[in-house]
Ligand binder design. Structure first.
Ligand code: UD1
Length: 348
């Protein structure tokens, strides 16, 4: 199959391109070389597949790149917390206007299969249960609580401590950042497109991705890259809150494998379907910092008690749907993955 991979020269996109090429697909990479993700000129090829330098908002360039293409794997996006609200127009431009331009061009070109890189940030907080009230959706944590070191969200009905559980794809969407809002909008836009065209979309909600080729520490980086960069510079990772916040760290090669499986699934049925892409293993941010520091023989992490507005406490995923419907199961364990990540090259 001939696949267009947008953002295919980026961290996740380049691993996706490698995996698609290894699975026998012909790939065209479309990448803008956005300065938030690329500090060096784009390569001419990724995994031997040609790179077209163009912004996904450029309708004419996207139209040309779609010639002869059977399916699109849409990875191009501006990610992460960003700097401040001045970033918002660029997030919406890259992620939502970009997706809209791509979808319109796909409809014109008669391309009906799409894999979308979405994110667990669409959920906001993960799943929680109150001993008295059952499953509940906690509100954003009040600043006064965070400042006082009360990091666990309480039950919205009675304030009792909550037990975190596994979030499933049917959970209510509750974006807590500008970036998260753009990912929700991408999901909705692609659902509209699928209904209007009869096309097929697999929306992959990536959990916390890490691995070789991750960008260095920037305002757009995830926590694994930030800790890796600190340790490389010989400084201790700075763990926010009390380090007990839980995430699911999933290796980038597993994410690439999920994309290959999701692409195959788009041939089987029309319509829109979301999938958690996760390892299924809960890790605290403090525990991840300690594992990486050990693997790099670096200074022990410092737990700072700092907090970021918009951060959620725990997001742990159920990987059951991706396993049942895509046959995807993460293969890289945290210890092995972190040991490799400790030595792997980061992006310049
Ligand atoms: C992250 C990414 C997001 C990505 C998603 C899924 C944000 C802010 N970041 O969400 O781009 O799509 O995973 O892959 O949306 N932390 C520290 N020290 C630091 C930096 C962060 O302790 O120097 C903590 C944060 O407070 C947070 C945790 O690490 O508790 C995870 O942070 P981060 O990776 O930025 O964000 P996520 O919300 O998990």
């Amino acid at each position: 199959m001939h696949v267009l991979v947008t953002g295919g020269a980026g961290f996740i996109g380049s691993h996706v391109t490698v995996a698609l090429a290894a699975a026998g697909h012909r790939v065209t990479v479309l990448d803008a070389g956005h300065p938030a993700a690329h500090r060096r000129p784009l390569p001419g090829t990724v995994a031997g597949q040609p790179v077209v330098r163009a912004d996904v908002r450029d309708a004419a360039a996207v139209g040309r790149a779609l010639a002869g293409v059977d399916a699109v794997v849409h990875q191009a996006a501006l990610v992460g917390p960003g700097v401040d609200l001045d970033d918002l127009p660029e997030y919406v431009g890259c992620n939502d206007l970009g997706t809209a331009v791509l979808l319109a061009a796909m409809a014109r070109a008669g391309v009906h299969r799409l894999v979308l890189a979405s994110s667990m940030v669409v959920y906001g907080e993960g799943a929680y249960a109150c001993p008295a009230h059952g499953p509940v959706a906690p509100a954003p944590r009040p600043v006064a609580d965070l400042a006082a070191g009360r990091f666990e969200p309480g039950c919205p009905a009675c304030g009792a401590p909550l037990a975190p559980g596994l979030v499933t794809e049917d959970a209510r969407l509750d974006p807590r950042s500008g970036y998260a809002a753009t990912k929700v909008a991408q999901e909705h836009l692609t659902a509209v497109w699928a209904r209007r065209t009869g096309g097929s979309v697999a929306a992959l909600r990536y959990h916390n991705v890490y691995g070789p080729g991750m960008p260095r520490d920037t305002p757009y980086s995830g926590v694994a890259a930030i800790f890796r960069s600190a340790l490389e510079a010989g400084t201790a990772p700075r763990v926010f809150e009390d380090g007990g916040q839980r995430r699911d760290f999933v290796h980038v090669r597993d994410v690439a494998a999920a994309n290959v499986a999701a692409l195959a699934s788009t041939a089987r049925s029309a319509g829109w379907r979301a999938y958690n892409v996760a390892s299924g293993v809960a890790t605290t941010v403090g525990g991840m910092a300690a594992a990486l520091a050990r693997a790099m023989d670096g200074p022990e992490p410092v737990v700072t008690g700092e907090f970021r507005l918009g951060d959620v406490r725990h997001v742990l995923a159920s990987p059951a749907r991706a396993e049942a419907e895509l046959g995807f199961r993460a293969a890289v364990g945290l210890d092995g993955g972190m040991a490799e990540f400790a030595r792997a090259a980061l992006r310049a």
